[in-house]
Each structure stands twice: as C-alpha cells, then as structure tokens.
Design a protein around this ligand. Structure first.
Ligand code: PEP
Ligand code: MN
Length: 264
C-alpha cells in the first residue's frame, strides 16, 4: 500500500492552516531533543516563529541508552508543550514509546514520532494505524529500507495513511560519527513510495558543526523535509547537546534550506 506502484500520486499530509507536508514543499521541523521547561520551550518557540518554522519537535518520553539519563517530563510536560505551541501557532511532533501512551497523548499531539528504537515495535505500529493523527516513522538503527517500508505498511494497512518516513542514520562499522546518515535511502525511498521522506541530520551524524551541510545535502538528494535539534544553550541541553544547533546556527540553516530547495 505504501508503494508507488499502488498509488502514483504523492501523499501530502494536511495539518490545517495552510501547512502541508510532502512533495511540493520543503518542511522544517526543529526543536530540542527533550522538552525541559516552559522557559526552554518559549525560547525555542520564539526562535521558530521568527525563523518561519511552523513545526516544533521535542520529546517528553525519551528513549535513553542509560536508564540513569534524563527520561523526559512525561504527559504533564506534553500538555504544557501543546498548550504553549498553540499560543505560538506552532504544530508539534513528539515521540510515543508504547501502546498505552497513544490514547493518553492523542489530544496533545499533532504528529506522533516513532523513534528508531521502536520502528519494529509492531504492536505500537498497529495502535498508530488506528488513530487519526499523522505519524513520523524513523528508520531503525539497524533497519533496512525494506524493513522501514514494511513498518509503514503496518500503520497504513491499519487505516492511517498519514505517514512520514524519516532517515536518521544507521549503525555501521564507522565510529567517527554517531551514526552513518544514509542519504542513499532518500532517492531510493522517493522512487519506491508515495509517502513523504524526511531526513534527520542531527541524529544522522551526531556532530553539531556538521549538521547544516548534511541537511542541505539531504534536500539536494530529494528530501521533502528536514528535522533537526536546536535549543537555547546546546551545551546545557539535557540530551543530545553535542548535536544541537544554537539559534543563530538554526536561523542560518533555515535560510540555507530554503535557498537550496529552490535550486533543486
Ligand atoms: C529523537 O528524535 O530525539 C530521537 C530519540 O530520535 P531517534 O529515535 O532517531 O534516535
Ligand atoms: Mn535527540
């Protein structure tokens, strides 16, 4: 069902207020790795509004490699995130980690994110097939393109056709970067599926200075959207500070993305 052979017309996801995701526009999703406080959220929101970014990312349920790391503000944090985002006219993308959270989160989410550690959590994918909210599905840490498409198929076949695929780097033998951003996946996915294809260069390389050039390369490779991390003081972020842009870098990137998209 997610194949271009089944549907030729590209899937475009309409979030209302003239905000559409998919072929024909370049979407930008930016924000902190983790939602940390109202002050942090408002600082990011002001920056995004000023930069013309309409979608904010931020996790309240964080899948951390160590159980002792900051694991997010949970549902209370999500309610604050959603309320503030509405005040600023922003839409939000946030990660759901388990089936029981889907219903709890439903009224406070614009786009559900499925993280790389849950790409093959088939119960979660089934549950998201039943909801009327778009899903941004990340590629698994060691997942193939084919496996990503099968995961999307779970959601689609359940009845939810509003899916965005997101390349976020895979685990390879290379240790010089956090992950290996697989830009090959972009044209391959664009050929195989009618679904929007986004790229997350932040997790893809894990090194702050190198995020902007990779984001631009992803646009030239055909991405329909870019998702990256930005926070007021990256050095003090509760998670992923080493790959997080400050607002000056983020503002420059947004401009460069728009210019690059016009070259395509
Ligand atoms: C994130 O977006 O902060 C995140 C945890 O991403 P991933 O699932 O790709 O590691
Ligand atoms: Mn992160």
């Amino acid at each position: 069902l997610v194949s271009r052979k089944w549907r030729v017309r590209p899937t475009v996801i309409d979030l209302g207020d003239d905000l559409r995701l998919g072929e024909g526009t370049l979407s930008v999703v930016a924000g902190p790795c983790s939602i940390e406080s109202e002050a942090q959220m408002e600082a990011v929101m002001q920056h995004l509004v000023q930069s013309g970014v309409r979608l904010m990312r931020g996790g309240v349920f964080k899948p951390r490699s160590s159980p002792y790391s900051f694991r997010g503000l949970g549902l209370d944090g999500l309610r604050d995130f959603y309320r503030l985002a509405r005040q600023y006219g922003l839409r939000i993308v946030t990660e759901v980690m388990q089936v029981s959270q889907v219903e709890e989160m439903l009224d406070y989410v614009d786009v559900f994110q499925v993280g790389a550690r849950n790409t093959q959590n088939f119960n979660l994918l089934d549950a998201l097939g039943q909801v009327d909210k778009p899903v941004l599905l990340k590629r698994g840490v060691s997942g193939t393109v084919e496996e990503l498409l099968h995961s999307a198929e779970y959601i689609f076949s359940g009845g939810n056709e509003h899916i965005i695929l997101c390349e976020r780097g895979i685990r390879t033998f290379e240790t010089a970067s956090r992950n290996t951003l697989d830009l090959n996946a972009v044209p391959i996915l664009k050929e195989k599926t009618h679904l929007p294809v986004f790229v997350d260069p932040s997790h893809g390389i894990g090194i702050r200075e190198h995020v902007p050039p990779l984001a631009l390369a992803a646009v030239m490779a055909g991405a329909d959207g870019i998702l990256y991390e930005t926070a007021p003081v990256p050095e003090r972020a509760a998670s992923d500070g080493q790959q997080t842009l400050d607002f000056a870098e983020s503002a420059r990137l947004v401009e460069a993305l728009q210019r690059t998209y016009l070259l395509r």
